[in-house]
Design a protein around this ligand. Structure first.
Ligand SMILES: Nc1ncnc2c1ncn2[C@@H]1O[C@H](COP(=O)(O)OP(=O)(O)OP(=O)(O)O)[C@@H](O)[C@H]1O
Ligand SMILES: [Mg+2]
Length: 326
């Protein structure tokens, strides 16, 4: 049997009338990335805070490497590290100063703290910015320095709470690479996200949560299989060609094609019964027909249902954000 890094049963946290976490059972194998996927207000941060001993559960149990998060909180704290949803480094210090400070707080001697800080700045592509105040960092740089600060010593479990929300694609990729390095070094990572593609890229298993409850759990493949063939996403060079593209796609795919809010983008749902292979064939025919019609396509992607599509398939309602629910 594989060792479990995290195990919860019936975990509950309420805030007044809100059941933020409402009976969650999780089993996270050691040495893997575990994705917790859900929309705003689903309960991701609340769950992570209980596991990191920052919030006391109102019901159920949670263990980290066998240690109870309430009764053995110190043992849990010694093994976990949390990178919060909002950057927690000191804005007025430089990147280097921040990391050295954390190193000193963790008990490193000055030389060792500087050495370790240098290694991490290097590994995270921040060497050039080492002597700049963090308040002058970009969002992506801040996220990276924040993750660096939480892995100065190698934790057994690292909680990454929405590490890429609001980042541009390049910064996202850099954070993904960092996560891969961290897990390759033996740390178990629990990563919360609102993006199925992020969970798909990084996680070996995913729990989908909605209003405090786990509504699906499995490998990314299992999850996508339960959601159906997914969809074709097309971005055009020229918005003026979108009506033509709509006609072509509707003819080829015979399915519902939607115009996205983005004026150069369209999305076509593939029918749920299609196998992966049929879906790929349909998609390549669609791409060929678009080219034949003289339509310039900048981006063409198959599959990867969005969080909304996952929620529609699993719950018959879109991913309800807190604001909508309220
Ligand atoms: N300290 C608190 N006091 C009162 N309500 C809270 C508190 N923390 C969270 N909540 C509520 O609990 C629910 C879950 O919130 P949580 O922050 O865990 O969601 P989340 O999945 O992390 O969302 P997001 O993606 O927006 O970060 C929400 O309805 C939220 O308003
Ligand atoms: Mg959150």
């Amino acid at each position: 049997m594989t060792e479990l890094a995290i195990e919860t049963s019936g975990l509950v946290k309420t805030f007044g009338k809100t059941r933020a976490v409402d009976g969650v059972d999780l089993a996270v194998p050691a040495g893997t990335v575990y994705g917790v996927l859900g929309p705003n207000g689903a309960g991701k941060t609340t769950a992570v805070k209980m596991l990191a001993t920052l919030l006391r559960p109102d019901g159920g149990e949670a263990r980290v490497f066998g240690h109870d998060v309430v009764h053995e909180a110190d043992a849990v704290r010694a093994r976990v590290s949390l990178t919060g949803q909002y950057a927690s480094v000191d804005e007025d210090l430089t990147g280097l100063e921040n990391l050295v400070l954390v190193g000193r707080l963790l008990g490193y001697r000055k030389a060792r703290a500087r050495e370790r800080a240098g290694q991490l700045l290097d590994a995270f592509g921040l060497s050039d910015a080492a002597d700049r105040q963090v308040k002058n960092y970009s969002g992506g740089m801040r996220r990276r320095i924040d993750i660096a600060a939480s892995i100065l010593t190698t934790p057994d479990v690292l909680f990454l709470d929405e590490p890429t929300t609001g980042l541009d694609p390049r910064s996202r990729n850099q954070v993904w690479d960092i996560v891969r390095i961290i897990v390759a070094q033996g740390t178990t990572v629990m990563l919360t996200t609102q993006y199925l593609d992020e969970a798909d890229q990084l996680a070996s298993r995913i729990a989908v949560i909605d209003r405090g409850k786990v509504i699906a759990e499995g490998t990314p493949g299992e999850l996508k299989a339960s959601v159906g063939a997914g969809s074709v996403h097309v971005r055009l060079r020229d918005a003026a060609q979108r009506e033509d593209a709509l006609r072509v796609l509707t003819a080829v795919l015979g399915s519902s094609v939607q115009l996205d809010a983005d004026p150069v983008a369209l999305t076509a749902q593939l029918s749920g019964e299609d196998t992966d292979r049929e879906a790929a064939e349909q998609a390549s025919r669609a791409l060929a027909e678009l080219a034949a019609a003289g339509i310039t396509v900048d981006n063409f992607a198959l599959g990867q249902p969005t969080l909304d599509e996952v929620f529609l398939a699993l719950t018959d309602h879109p991913a309800t954000t807190e604001e909508v629910a309220a």
